[in-house]
Design a protein around this ligand. Sequence first.
Ligand SMILES: Cc1ncc(C[n+]2csc(CCOP(=O)(O)OP(=O)(O)O)c2C)c(N)n1
Ligand code: SF4
Length: 486
Amino acid sequence: MVKDILEKPESFYEIFERKSGSNKLTTHYCPGCGHGVIHKLIAEAMDEFGIGDRAVMISPVGCSVFAYYYFDCGNVQAPHGRAPAVATGIKRAIPDSIVISYQGDGDLAGIGGNEILHAANRGENITVFFVNNAIYGMTGSQMAPTTLIGQKTTTTPYGRSARNEGYPIKVCELLSSLEAPVYLERVAITDAKNVMKVRKAIRKGLQNQIEGKGFSLIEILSPCPTGWGMKPVDAKNWVDEVLMKTFQLGVFKDKTAEAAPEIIEQKEFTSDEILKILGASKNGSDFLYDKPEVKINYQNPRIKISGFGGQGILFLGQLLSQSAMRSGYYTTWLPSYGPEVRGGTANCHIIISNNRIGSPLGAETDVLIAMNLPSLDKFENDVRKDGLILVNSSLISRNVKRNDVEVLYVPATELADEVGNTKVANLVMLGAYTAKSKIFSHDCVLFTANETVKKKEFLKVNEEAFRKGMEYVLNNKHKKIKNTIL
Ligand SMILES: Cc1ncc(C[n+]2csc(CCOP(=O)(O)OP(=O)(O)O)c2C)c(N)n1
Ligand code: SF4
C-alpha cells in the first residue's frame, strides 16, 4: 500500500549543504529537470521501507553527481560509468546493505555500457535507477547513446544519423535478453499518472533487493529542458509525444514472483585465515606475531610516506602494512600514482589500526615520513598536533617549522650509504619508525622484509639498514640535526 508523504522525506538531509554554510533547501537541478522528482520518489520509498540506515547510494558522474548532498544514507561517488562495479563490491561485502546505483544515460549506456551489462548478467542483487534524458546534460548537451535519430545536440548539430552515430540504445530491451535480471521496466516522468508509475516501479525495484531477489533496473525517461533547449512544459510534452515513441514504456522482464530469495551466509575470517589467503603465513603454516603494547600517542597511526620516485616510498608503505597484518592489526595501503611519478613527489597513505578502517584516507596524518624537501613542504601542515614527523635529514636541510609535533631527524640516505646502498634509505626509516613507535616487533618487520624482497642478495643490506635506523633512534641521536639549518 503506497503511503502519501506530503513533507520532505526523512531520507533527505535537512538542508542541502553543497558548499559549507550554503544551507540550501532546494536542489541544484534546473527547473523542470526530472532528477529532482526522481530523487524525491526514491527518498520517499527509502522512508517507507525504513532502509535509510542501510542504504548506500552510488552517485554517478553527470548532473546527479551531487546525490550525496541530498540522500541521508551511505554515499559513494563512482568514476564515470563504474557505479555497477562499485555497487557490486559494496553489496557483496555487506549483503545486508541496500545498494542503489543511480545513473544517467551517458554514464550507464555510454562509458559504463559494459559495466551494466555484466552486473545485470551476474544478477547482482542491486537496484539500478537509469535516468534516460537522451543527452549529456551536465557537459553541455552532447549526444548520448540514447539520443534519438534526428535529434540535434552539440555534437550532432544536424541531428543524429543512424549511419554516422548508430541507433539509440534501448537498455531495457537489451538487458531483457539476459537470463539473470529479475525486473526491468521503463517508466517516464511526465504527467501525474506516469509519475505514480515511476513511484511504483521504484518501490518494486527496492523491494526486490530487500527480499534478495536479484537485479532490478528501472529506466526512467526524464526531461532535460536545459539540454534540449526547451521550456519545462515543452520538455515534458516532448517526452510524452516524441521520446516515448522510440522508448516505449512497459515491463520488459518481471521474474519477481518466481525469483527465489538469495540466502548469503557471511563468513567471518580469522586473522590466521586472512594471512593464509594473502600468502603471508610462514612456510604455509599459521603465523602471527604478538601485538606489542603501544604508547597511546603512537596507536592507530595514519601514516603518510612521501619522497621522490626511486626512494622506495610505496615499498616502505607495503612493508609497514604487511608487518601490521602479521601483528594482527587492521591496515590499508593507498598508493598515490599520478604526475608525481615523473619526477615530483611520490606518496602513499597507510593506516594501521586496532579497529576496522572505514576509509583508507584520512583528512589528518599522525605520522609523516618525509624523504625529501618537497614532501616536507607539502605535507608538514597535514600532521595533527602531537603527531610525529620523521625527516630524512640527509636530503632535507631545514628544520620542521611546526613546534607542536615530535620530530625525528634521521640522516637516512647517509646511513644507507654506510651499509653500501643508497636505495635502502627507506629501510633505515622503517627501522627508525619501528624503534620509536614500537608498533610491531623488529622480528616481525625483518621477517616481512625477507619474505617480500625477491632478490635474496638484498636481504643482508636491508637488515643492516633497518638496524641502523633503529639504533639511531634508540641511541637518541635523532635530535641532532647534521645539516645546515635554514
Ligand atoms: C572519465 C570521464 N569522462 C568524461 C567525463 C565528462 N562527463 C561528465 S558528465 C558526462 C555526461 C553525463 O551524462 P549523463 O550520464 O547522461 O547524465 P546527465 O548529466 O544527463 O544527468 C561526461 C561525459 C568525466 N567526468 N569523466
Ligand atoms: S542540464 Fe538537464 S539533466 Fe542537468 S540539471 Fe539541467 S535539466 Fe537536469
